[in-house]
Design a protein around this ligand. Structure first.
Ligand code: NOJ
Length: 840
């Protein structure tokens, strides 16, 4: 019999039986024997041609030319936020890397797209993909090679996490789908995507020091999951994060990079460091880092941990030649992977400077050298405003709508209240990196921002709409509707607003938002609340308040904010947004804690003791009824669910991958010995520009070759064939994980009077004490005319029904009975049934 969900929040006994925390499960990093950095194989059909081209290219390079591709030229040394060295001999310019996940940072004539959390709230694969394509087109048009996004870390372990909004959702399945669609979109436009920040980068406080400890299962089932989807979608690059994992820096972590990412997930692209997250020359090279960003910051004589220091490390034998070859091949393979089809020979020059708004400026700002026309002001916006408006509208989550308050029916008077409705004094980009709280909120703050080309505020859009449609706008009488706007922002830790150092200190509204809402509601019986927030805020009082007739969450909608909102308020778009996170009454309700005050602030550490129980999984485990459930959101119509069908397929037994890889290869010429040192020096008479980073060696010893191999073992030097891991074997992991084992279908009917979109969600109960009550494993976007019925089909893969098993280092299907729940949110379940036993 299926567990009764209605009992969930009342029967403590059921809750207790549902799950046990995985707190004391030991963390077992693979075999514990140490791992060399896996060399890219280019075996999969998607990467084959890219690898062949990359090897041909790298085969022509000298050691210093290879190293030049691996190392940034230094902070503000070139026009992009990060730029590698070039290969002038072959006419290949350096790679231009640029933030961020919602559009191009630090330029103009670009679009400001809705944030990750908004596109997650649409639950629309189509919009996720189209947003990725549009962003890719814009980055390509500016000459950018790598877009520094999308984000799956932070995943959103804690609701206050400053950068959660840059990513998608604390649910790994939803984030995984959004990662894959975004990446495919971006890369289809000739731009390499970057899945960041890898891994366990869940808070801003102490981000450059914190050591995170986690059990193997939570690592796989939560935090690694969306990165696996990114790798399966052939992401070209991954950015390792600032924090430590199990005692080692994430950017020199043999376990997370060599073992998990490059071996188990068979990642074929390159790993770059977050800016300044590299800590050593050898440790990072041996633990799988492929590109150092921004490249400077090392000791003399190189001023870089790589650059000439890496060249010297290869020449003196501390880093094997094949490792540097592998770095260069991986970087060039990612390049060729995205430069196919229409994009084969298209690589625009970089035509903007991240470092100045002036038209003319230095090509090398850090040394103020080589003035040129740096900002060509290429307009890359195309028709993207329409898509931005569509995502903005379709991401609005209707949290309350009493007596059909919405859509608005031509009210004769509307009061628009709150700073958050207004235009920003001084324009939408008045505060650098959106580091203030003036005017309406349409993105968070920090490096994940883009400059707005314009920002349509709600006040402006409402004035236009109401002016056009309303016969009378009489401000003397009390308004028919009062729309009150409130916000809460968050961002990166280099900006502190009102005492919030990136992470939010609490979950209340900012700028006196709660008091404002209460004050308006106390006098107007038709108070409509609109929230622009980076995540959940405490709104239980507003949900209960009799004078608050409607609540909408509009998230961070980007440049078309007001227009998108008006589309929903007036019913041109029937809301389909569903909350991509759970709303509680207090941060403490979420279980997982953000470390605000470490007992050891120099070397803080934190254990993610809640294991896989974050967000709704924790609420269900603890029997806490959320204020707004994960997946919840209203519509102007109603839907009926029926006709559940569950079909199991006969399958082949799951095969653990095995065998061995090839041996590490050196590619082309290897510069070694005395000749190597000579060939790796700057040409005679070359004048170094300080602080530019170069690949050439100085002297012939180890001077400046920062040591530090703490993240690595002796195995790191071993270039002989390596065992393939049981859960590995192809990009994303063992190909058998994507085999469809079940299809589940249901009928959804629009029972209301207007067209609408339902987002049916499939949750799975994997069974047993250590599993959450349910986990999301499917969703769809179903557009229905009034009276129309459609059948929705969900495919459940082997990975979807498996748990990570530390002992066998593989995914296994436990022997417990499993249940499927289909509903309109995690708590509003309409249909359920048991999964038939597997037929293998
Ligand atoms: C640090 C941030 O963590 C990362 O997301 C960003 O891409 C780099 N800075 C470059 O701005």
């Amino acid at each position: 019999m299926a567990p009764a969900r209605s009992l969930l929040f009342t029967a403590a006994s059921l809750v207790a039986a549902v799950a046990a925390i995985t707190k004391d499960v030991p963390f077992l990093p693979g075999t514990g024997a140490g791992f060399p950095s896996p060399w890219g194989s280019g075996k999969s059909p998607e990467w084959k041609e890219a690898y062949a081209k990359a090897k041909e290219f790298v085969g022509q390079l000298t050691l210093v030319e290879k190293v030049n591709l691996t190392t940034g030229t230094g902070w503000e040394a070139d026009v992009c936020i990060g730029m590698t060295g070039s290969v002038p001999r072959l006419g290949f310019r350096g790679f231009c890397l640029e933030d961020g996940p919602l559009g191009i940072r630090y330029t103009d004539h670009n679009s400001a797209f809705p944030a990750g959390i908004n596109v997650a709230a649409t639950f629309s694969r189509d919009l996720m993909r189209r947003r990725g394509e549009a962003m890719g087109e814009e980055f390509h048009g500016k000459g950018i090679d790598v877009q520094l996004g999308p984000v799956a870390g932070p995943l959103g372990r804690v609701p206050q996490g400053g950068r959660n909004w840059e990513g998608f959702s604390p649910d790994p399945y939803l984030t995984g789908v959004a990662m894959a669609e975004t990446i495919r979109g971006i890369q289809s436009r000739g731009v390499i995507a970057c899945a960041k920040h890898y891994i366990l980068n869940e808070q801003e406080h102490y981000r450059g020091r914190i050591d995170v400890k986690i059990d193997d299962r939570a690592m796989h089932e939560l935090y690694l999951w969306p990165f696996a989807d990114a790798v399966k979608a052939d992401v070209g690059s991954v950015m390792c994060s600032y924090n430590k994992v199990m005692g080692e820096w994430a950017c020199e972590n043999e376990y997370t990079t060599n073992y998990l990412l490059k071996n188990e997930l068979d990642f074929q692209g390159f790993v770059m460091s977050d800016w300044g997250a590299q800590h050593s020359t050898l440790g990072s090279a041996l633990a799988g880092l492929d590109m150092a960003m921004p490249g400077d910051g090392g000791p003399p004589p190189y001023g870089s941990l790589w650059g000439g220091a890496l060249t010297a490390a290869v020449l003196n034998g501390s880093v094997p030649a094949w490792r540097v070859d592998d770095m260069a091949v991986r970087i060039m393979a990612a390049y060729y992977l995205v430069h196919t089809g229409n994009y084969t020979a298209r690589r625009p020059d970089v035509n903007f400077s991240a470092w100045t708004n002036q038209t003319a400026g230095p090509l090398h700002p850090s040394s103020n050298k080589t003035w040129a026309l740096v900002n060509q002001r290429v307009d890359v916006q195309a028709g993207h405003a329409a898509l931005i408006r569509e995502i903005g509208a379709k991401s609005v989550v209707l949290l309350k709508n009493v007596n059909k308050t919405l859509p608005l029916k031509r009210p004769t008077s509307i009061a628009v209240i709150g700073e958050d409705a207004q235009d920003t004094p001084g324009g939408p980009n008045a505060c650098p990196e959106r580091g203030c709280i003036r005017g309406t909120l349409a993105m968070g703050y920090g490096s994940g921002t883009a400059d707005f080309p314009y920002l349509v505020s709600p006040a402006t859009a409402l004035k236009l709409r109401a002016g056009a449609a309303t016969p009378r706008r009489d401000s003397q009488t009390s308004p028919e509707a009062a729309i009150v706007f409130a916000m809460a922002t968050a961002g990166e830790n280099f900006i502190t607003i009102d005492g919030n150092a990136g992470d939010r200190n609490n979950l209340t509204l900012w700028n006196g938002g709660d008091a404002l809402i209460r004050a308006v509601a106390s006098v107007n019986p038709n108070t409509i609340v609109v929230l622009h927030t980076v995540g959940p805020v405490v709104i239980d009082y507003a949900k209960e308040h009799p004078n608050i007739t409607a609540i909408l969450w509009a998230g961070l909608p980007g440049q078309e904010s007001g227009n998108a909102l008006v589309d929903v308020l007036y019913g041109d778009v029937n809301p389909q947004g569903r909350s991509p996170f759970t709303w509680g009454r207090d941060a403490a309700e979420y279980g997982a804690e953000l470390l605000f005050n470490a007992s050891d602030p120099v070397a803080p550490s934190q254990t993610f003791g809640e294991g896989v129980f974050v967000d709704y999984r924790w609420f269900e485990r603890e029997g806490i009824a959320p204020v707004v459930a994960f997946g919840e959101g209203g519509s102007y119509t109603t839907f009926e669910y029926g006709g559940l069908k569950i079909k199991g397929y006969e399958t082949e037994r799951y095969q653990a991958s095995g065998g061995v890889t090839g041996e590490a290869e050196t590619v082309g010429k290897v510069d070694g010995g005395e000749g190597g040192w000579e060939a790796s020096r700057a040409p005679g008479g070359f004048e170094r520009i300080v602080p530019y980073v170069y690949p050439w060696v100085v002297g012939n010893g180890t001077a400046g070759v920062g040591n530090g191999t703490t993240g690595t073992t002796g195995m790191a030097m071993n270039g002989s064939a390596q065992p393939v891991l049981p859960a590995g074997g192809a990009p994303g992991g063992n190909p058998g994980l994507w085999e469809v084992l079940y299809t589940v279908s249901a009928n959804i009917k629009n029972t209301g009077a207007v067209k609408g979109t339902e987002i049916p969600q499939l949750y799975l109960q994997l069974g047993g004490e250590s599993n959450p009550f349910s986990v999301l494993r499917g969703f769809d976007e179903v557009v229905l005319e009034p009276g129309e019925t459609k059948t929705v089909v969900f495919n459940l893969t082997r990975r979807d029904v498996s748990n990570w098993d530390t002992k066998s280092a593989n995914w296994v299907i436990n022997g417990e009975e499993k249940f499927v729940f289909i509903g309109s949110s995690v708590v509003n379940i309409k249909l359920h049934g048991a999964l038939p036993a597997l037929k293998e």
